[in-house]
Design a protein. Structure first.
Length: 200
């Protein structure tokens, strides 16, 4: 901490130290500067940015198609819902697409009913972002992950896994206590004294 210094003097101090004079806060009065190795700081900053970028997940809009028509088997619908659940648990948004073929366009309410069932099934981890809407022969809607609910589920799963692991590990074998030493009755080691015979 040098304190308030004239600019030429601050530049001279930086040059003497073989470092750079970098303005940190231009809005302050007077402006705040730091004597530092600017090239090294930039390099360290770029390393941090790259590391943060690698850690952050690239969130995407995933698309789940509910078959080429309304005649998809309920089992296949469940497979697609499980896939959507995995996407939502990973933090991705999911767009559901229901296609209509031929005369199925007359019964579009069946598509709306299916979308309502999906909303209900995934309500434990997601929320409706874009309600179902018809665009030609396609009906689409977008579900977004509900982060607080997902975090709660993950915490429960982690606790259950830890409990299962604890139950699976064998209990420590307790060693029996050492046998107690038997107490040997003390005997009088002194030889018995003879009583003198009475003289007759």
């Amino acid at each position: 901490m040098v304190g308030v210094t004239e600019t030429p003097e601050a530049i001279r101090l930086a040059q003497e130290a073989g470092l750079d004079l970098v303005e940190v806060s231009a809005d302050a009065d007077p402006p705040v500067c730091r004597i530092m190795d600017y090239g090294k700081w930039k390099y360290e900053q770029s390393k941090k940015d790259r590391a943060n970028k690698a850690k952050s997940k690239q969130l995407e809009l995933k698309e789940v198609r509910l078959g080429r028509s309304m005649k998809i088997d309920p089992h296949d619908v469940m497979i697609r819902l499980n896939q959507a659940r995995r996407f939502l648990m990973d933090g991705h948004k999911v767009q559901f697409v229901q296609n209509f073929r031929g005369r199925e366009m007359v019964h579009r309410e069946r598509g709306s009913q299916r979308m309502r069932e999906i909303i209900e099934t995934l309500s434990d981890i997601s929320k409706l972002e874009t309600p179902p809407r018809q665009m030609g022969r396609r009906m689409t809607m977008i579900m977004a992950p509900d982060k607080p609910k997902i975090e709660q589920i993950k915490r429960r799963e982690a606790a259950a896994a830890a409990k299962a692991e604890q139950e699976k590990s064998p209990a420590p074998i307790e060693e029996p206590p050492p046998p107690a030493a038997e107490s040997i009755p003390e005997t009088d080691s002194t030889p018995p004294t003879e009583t003198p015979a009475e003289a007759v």
